[in-house]
Design a binder for this molecule. Structure first.
Ligand code: EPU
Length: 338
């Protein structure tokens, strides 16, 4: 087992934050993972997979375990559907591209989301009207204390908006090692209702879109709005869209009749945090190397050498101003490692 010391984590997190791991180990097998978890000499352990949903704010005085488990297998199929098992270290977007090559439907709206498969259930990734939970069957997760593998079906995962059991009761207790997804082989349920997808397809004159057409549309929209982490460090949406009660919503919409919103149910409304942040004048602003993306105010960016602390300070300032202006609290979506 190769445990390295003082390794820079810059290339292991999409924010491109240059902090060091005191110890670092790369995991390519389940037995190896069990053995690493048993190591008593390293009581503090931190898991990194694709590093696409985290903000590192300081050097990590722990053993950083980089999950690099690979493999995609077809575990079950019938005429209409295929169930695949995907190991945690597979890159999500490459999986989406692979599924399209097989002619499998279900992942096309989730094209170009950065990160690896193992972290997708944690925050129930979602975009353009589809969430992971729509194709999710189960996942396997290793208990960090015992090294035992456990299965979590969809119900056990308690999925919500950018939320699951792995952000709550099961937080920091498990390492997700693989995910099973059920995809369609025919009669694909295309989700093209999201405004910008419809427009993108219309612009191209596509009336009967294929899976690939939908994926291409999503890729084009994401490229036009979201920064590519290989060019500008970022973690996608930094904040979740706040969900407010009807009472708060009624007051809010009376004052701001032009604000966009989604009704979740009769007592819950979701307000796009990007809109709130833009209205507060932050969009496109830059403070040293930390900034707010020019085309999507929900995304904080690292223009080069921002520290995690600088990004965090900026996030706090945004939360403060939004709260003072709109009396709405916005919470980070990314995992902040202190
Ligand atoms: N808006 C603004 N200004 C901005 C950004 C957005 O006014 O700077 C307004 C838009 O005009 C629109 C509304 O906010 O009326 C919603 O914007 P958009 O469709 O871009 O989606 P979002 O709510 O900002 C969410 C996800 C994204 C996902 C998109 C598309 C969250 C936290 N974010 O963003 O997810 O791609 O919907 O489905 O739910 C991610 O999680 O990393 C991510 C990029």
């Amino acid at each position: 087992m190769n445990i390295q010391e003082n390794i820079s984590l810059k290339s292991y997190n999409t924010f491109g934050i240059d902090v060091k791991a005191r110890f670092f180990v790369e995991i390519t097998g389940l037995v190896q993972l069990q053995k690493v978890l048993e190591l008593k000499a390293y009581p503090k352990k931190i898991i990194i997979s694709g590093g696409s949903n985290m903000l590192l704010t300081t050097d990590v005085d722990a053993l950083v375990i980089h999950i690099n488990l690979k493999g995609i297998t077809l575990v079950d199929q019938d005429e209409d559907t295929a169930e695949i098992k995907v190991m945690a270290g597979e890159n999500w977007h490459e999986l989406v591209m692979w599924s399209l090559e097989q002619g499998y439907g279900g992942l096309e709206n989730l094209s170009l989301i950065p990160g690896n498969v193992g972290t997708t259930p944690i925050q129930n990734i979602g975009a353009y009207g589809v969430e992971l939970k729509d194709v999710f069957v189960s996942c396997a997760a290793m208990d960090i204390k015992t090294g035992e593998l456990e299965g979590f079906d969809k119900e056990a995962c308690k999925f919500g908006y950018r939320d699951s059991i792995f952000k709550n009761e099961a937080k920091d207790k498990y390492i997700i090692t693989s995910v099973n997804l059920k995809l369609t082989k025919k009669e694909h349920a295309l989700h093209t209702g999201y405004g910008s997808i419809e427009n993108e397809l219309k612009d191209k004159g596509i009336v009967h879109p294929t899976l690939k057409d939908v994926s291409d549309a999503v890729i084009a929209i994401r490229k036009s709005k979201l920064p590519d982490p290989r060019e500008i460090g970022n973690s996608g949406s930094f904040f979740k869209n706040p969900i407010i009660s009807k009472k708060t919503f009624d007051k809010f919409i009376r004052r701001h009749p032009d604000a966009p919103f989604y009704e979740i149910d009769e007592n819950k409304y979701k307000i796009p945090a990007g809109w709130l942040i833009e209205q507060c004048g932050f969009k496109g602003k830059r403070y040293g190397d930390a900034g707010i993306h020019q085309k999507q105010a929900l995304v904080l960016v690292n223009y080069g050498n921002a520290t995690g602390k600088e990004i965090l300070e900026l996030a706090k300032k945004i939360q403060d101003v939004v709260n003072k202006t709109y009396k709405i609290k916005i919470e980070p979506e990314v995992n902040i490692i202190k």
